[in-house]
Write a protein that binds this ligand. Structure first.
Ligand SMILES: NC(=O)c1ccc[n+]([C@@H]2O[C@H](COP(=O)([O-])OP(=O)(O)OC[C@H]3O[C@@H](n4cnc5c(N)ncnc54)[C@H](O)[C@@H]3O)[C@@H](O)[C@H]2O)c1
Length: 364
C-alpha cells in the first residue's frame, strides 16, 4: 500500500521539518499539535521554505503553491483518522509518548502504520502502547529534517517485514535514504556522534586545546565543514548533553564530560575563537589520535553488536553529519594495527573490552 496520507503529531523542530519533506513530495500532510502557536509556526516555516525554493529557482511558483496546498493543521488528535502513516514527533518522554499512542488508537485506520521519531527511547518500549505493534516502526530523522537526507529505520521486536518495506518506500518517495539499524541506544549515528563530541569537550576540559583548535583538527582529520563544537552549538549543548547521557549506561567511556554537563545544564553555548592559534605537530597529532579513537571505539562496538553494517555507519556519517572521511573508511585507510593500537588504549583507559568482533567485520 502506498502511504499517501501522512499525519505528523508534534509541530516542533522535527515535526515541522518532516512535514515540509512530505509536502515537497506531494503527499497529503496533516500536522497535529495541541499548541496552536506551534501549528502557526509550521505554516509560516513551510511558506518560507517553499518561497526560498522559488527564489533559488529550484521549483516554480506553481510547484510551491501545490506543495503548500498539501498542508493541513489540526489541534485534534482525531485528525489521524485519514492517515496511512502517523509519525510521532512530540516531547522525548516515554510516558507522554505512550499516552499519546493510547489516545490515538481509537481513531487509527486498521491498516495505518505508526512511526516514532524518538532519539533516545527504545522502539520496543513504545510499541507495546499500541494494539498492533507489528505496524509500529522507528523513523529517526536528523535536523534539519526538511533537508537532511538520512533517516534511521528501526524495526521493533514485532515490526513486520511488510511494514519495514512500506516505511522504506515512503522514505524513498520523500527523497530520504534509509539506514536500517537495530533498536539500540543511540541507534547507529548518535552512538558514535555523541562520544566523538564528548571527547572533544574532554580535550578542552584537560586544557590540551581550545574549542577552535579542536574544531579545526577535526575538520582536517574527517574532512568536515564544521567541527564538533560548532555542531554542538547548532544542536544546542543541552540537547547534546541529553543525547550523551542516553548512552552513559554503555560504560564509563560514554559518561558525559564535565564541560558538557556545565554548558548543557546552563543552557549555554561553547565559546569558539575565530582564529585559533596553531598547535605544534605533537600536540595536534595527539588530538587527532584522541578524536579518531573516540570515533572508532563506539563504531567498532556497535558493529560488533550488529547495530548496523560497517558501510552503513559510513553512510550515516556522510549523509547525516557530512563526514568527507567517515569512520570505517578512515579505519581501513589507517590499517588494522594502528586502529587496534589506538582503540585498545582507549578501551583499557575506561575498563572496556577490545571490540574484537567489530574489528573482524571492518577488516574482513
Ligand atoms: N531536535 C532534534 O534535533 C531531534 C532530532 C531527532 C529526533 N528528535 C526527536 O524528535 C522528537 C521531537 O523533538 P523536537 O526537537 O521536534 O521537539 P519540540 O519541543 O521542538 O516539539 C515538540 C512538539 O510536540 C508538541 N507536543 C508535545 N506533547 C504533545 C502531545 N501529547 N500531543 C500533541 N503535540 C504534543 C509540542 O507542543 C511541540 O510543538 C523528540 O522525540 C526528539 O527526541 C529530535
Amino acid at each position: 500500500m502506498a502511504l499517501n496520507n501522512i499525519a505528523i503529531i508534534g509541530a516542533g523542530t522535527m515535526g515541522g521539518g518532516i512535514a515540509i519533506g512530505c509536502m515537497a513530495a506531494g503527499l497529503s500532510t496533516c500536522v497535529i499539535d495541541l499548541n496552536k502557536d506551534s501549528l502557526a509556526t509550521v505554516q509560516a516555516r513551510s511558506a518560507k521554505f517553499f518561497n526560498r525554493m522559488v527564489e533559488k529557482e529550484k521549483i516554480t511558483q506553481e510547484q510551491a503553491d501545490d506543495a503548500q496546498r498539501k498542508l493541513m493543521v489540526s489541534n485534534e488528535l482525531s485528525a489521524v483518522s485519514q492517515a496511512d502513516l502517523v509519525i510521532e514527533a512530540i516531547f522525548e518522554n516515554l510516558e507522554i509518548k505512550r499516552d499519546l499512542f493510547t489516545r490515538i488508537t481509537p481513531d487509527l485506520r486498521s491498516e495505518a502504520i505508526v512511526a516514532t521519531n524518538t532519539s533516545a527511547l527504545r522502539v520496543a518500549d513504545l510499541a507495546t502502547a499500541l494494539p498492533a505493534p507489528e505496524r509500529f516502526v522507528g523513523l529517526h530523522y536528523f535536523s534539519p529534517a526538511e533537508v537532511n537526507p538520512l533517516v534511521e529505520l528501526i524495526a521493533g521486536p514485532a515490526t513486520s517485514h511488510a511494514v519495514i518495506a512500506e516505511a522504506a518506500a515512503f522514505l524513498a518517495t520523500t527523497g530520504k535514504t534509509a539506514l536500517p539499524c537495530q533498536d539500540a541506544n543511540g541507534f547507529a549515528v548518535n552512538r558514535f556522534f555523541c562520544p566523538y563530541t564528548n571527547e572533544a569537550v574532554r580535550i578542552v576540559d584537560e586544557q590540551l586545546a581550545t574549542p577552535g583548535q579542536v574544531d579545526r583538527i577535526a575538520c582536517e582529520t574527517f574532512e568536515l565543514a564544521i567541527g564538533p563544537f560548532s555542531v554542538m552549538n547548532i544542536v544546542k549543548p543541552r540537547i547534546n548533553l541529553n543525547a550523551v547521557q542516553n548512552l552513559s549506561g554503555l560504560g564509563a567511556f560514554y559518561a558525559p564530560a564535565a564541560g558538557l554537563i556545565e554548558v548543557g545544564q546552563a543552557e549555554g553555548s561553547f565559546e569558539i575563537e575565530e582564529s585559533p592559534a596553531e598547535l605544534d605537530d605533537t600536540a595536534a597529532h595527539a588530538i587527532t589520535t584522541r578524536l579518531r579513537a573516540a570515533l572508532f571505539l563506539p563504531v567498532l562496538e556497535a558493529i560488533g553488536e550488529g547495530v548496523a553494517a560497517p558501510d552503513d555507519f559510513d553512510l550515516g556519517a556522510r549523509l547525516a553529519l557530512r563526514f568527507g572521511h567517515p569512520p570505517v573508511t578512515a579505519m581501513r585507510a589507517l590499517g588494522r594495527d594502528q586502529v587496534e593500537e589506538m582503540v585498545s588504549a582507549l578501551a583499557q583507559q575506561y575498563g572496556a573490552d577490545l571490540p574484537e568482533s567489530g574489528l573482524e567485520k571492518v577488516f574482513a
